[in-house]
Ligand binder design. Structure first.
Ligand code: C2E
Ligand code: MG
Ligand code: MG
Ligand code: MG
Length: 287
């Protein structure tokens, strides 16, 4: 009896595995042609300062799959990393995001910066520097309006190379954020060797910050550490007014999250910018 149950459990398990493997294979196959079929889009999520102004935006890629609809990056970025497709997808995102930002500059939203995620795999590409310089040249976006988001694990995979690459790009004006900060294992004394401008406080700490004293302490520590090291702190995943208030109280300068703005298509982001400009004009003293 037990054996029967076990074998049925086993069959169920393999069937589920089959489903997973099948989906993976289908995704992998369509991922190979997704770029040339124009199936990717970039959404933009506002990066907002403590005075509620949009200073920049994070570029977040989405895949518009002909059968499965809109697919979030968590479902295909790991796959794209494995197959190497992330390299060309990443280039496309970088180019699209820089081009869009330049367009907004030309419309009067000068100084707006864009933050683009760089995967570990992209970081290992020998022509990364060339790619970035080329994108900036072709799009005309000033280098100080581009930030690159890297993860601790991303730079720790080949730290010596990462340090050289980052210092070179930093000297050109490009800035760096450490994404999901606090979830990695790197020591601070080690991180100090990298030219880092921004620490993005991981969403997991912000999520429980109202109930959990430990998370509050971690957030306070990251904010004061950023200040000491002359870096900026951005809190990720701000979802409620309470979290927002807590972060403001702690002196967090920058925030990002559903409470302040969802990731949205460029047209919609532009509406947000227009609204901000209109209210600026209204509150101008000579108006
Ligand atoms: P990430 O870089 O940490 O980006 C932030 C993620 O948190 C985004 O998920 C964003 O939509 C989500 N988020 C923002 N505010 C909130 C909030 O208040 N609550 C919650 N629950 N979530 C929030 P998304 O867009 O699904 O992206 C997931 C991850 O995929 C990103 O995490 C990033 O690691 C990766 N990714 C996205 N676009 C790209 C890309 O162009 N290139 C690479 N290499 N990775 C990317
Ligand atoms: Mg990011
Ligand atoms: Mg992040
Ligand atoms: Mg994150």
């Amino acid at each position: 009896y037990a054996a029967k149950e076990e074998s049925e459990g086993y069959r169920f398990f393999t069937e589920e595995m089959n489903q997973k493997a099948l989906e993976r294979m289908r995704l992998e196959r369509s991922l190979r042609t997704a770029l040339q079929n124009n199936q990717f889009i970039v959404h933009y999520q506002p990066l907002i300062n403590s005075q509620n102004r949009i200073l920049g935006m994070e570029a977040l890629v989405r895949w518009h799959h002909p059968e499965y609809g809109l697919i979030n990056p968590s479902r295909f970025i790991p796959l794209a990393e494995e197959t190497g497709a992330i390299v060309s997808i990443g280039k496309w995102v970088l180019h699209t995001a820089c081009q869009q930002t330049k367009l907004w500059h030309d419309m009067g939203y000068a100084n707006l910066y864009v933050s683009v995620n760089l995967s570990t795999r992209q970081f290992k590409e020998p022509d990364l520097i060339e790619t970035i310089e080329q994108v900036l040249e072709v799009t005309g976006l000033p280098s100080n309006c581009l930030k690159l988001e890297v993860t601790e694990s991303g730079i720790m995979e080949n730290p010596d190379q990462a340090i050289v690459t980052m210092h070179y790009l930093r000297a050109k004006g490009i800035r760096f954020s450490i994404d999901d900060f606090g979830t990695g294992y790197s020591s601070l004394s080690y991180l100090k060797r990298f030219p880092i401008d921004t620490l993005k406080i991981d969403r997991s700490f912000v999520m429980d910050s109202i109930q959990n004293k430990n998370d509050q302490e971690i957030i306070k520590t990251i904010i004061s550490m950023a200040r000491t090291l002359n870096m900026e702190a951005i809190a990720e995943g701000v979802e409620t007014r309470e979290q927002h208030e807590f972060l403001i109280q702690q002196g967090c300068q920058m925030m990002q999250g559903y409470y302040l703005g969802l990731p949205m298509p460029a047209e919609q982001f532009q509406e947000r910018l227009d609204i901000q400009k209109t209210s600026d004009l209204k509150s101008a003293p000579d108006n």
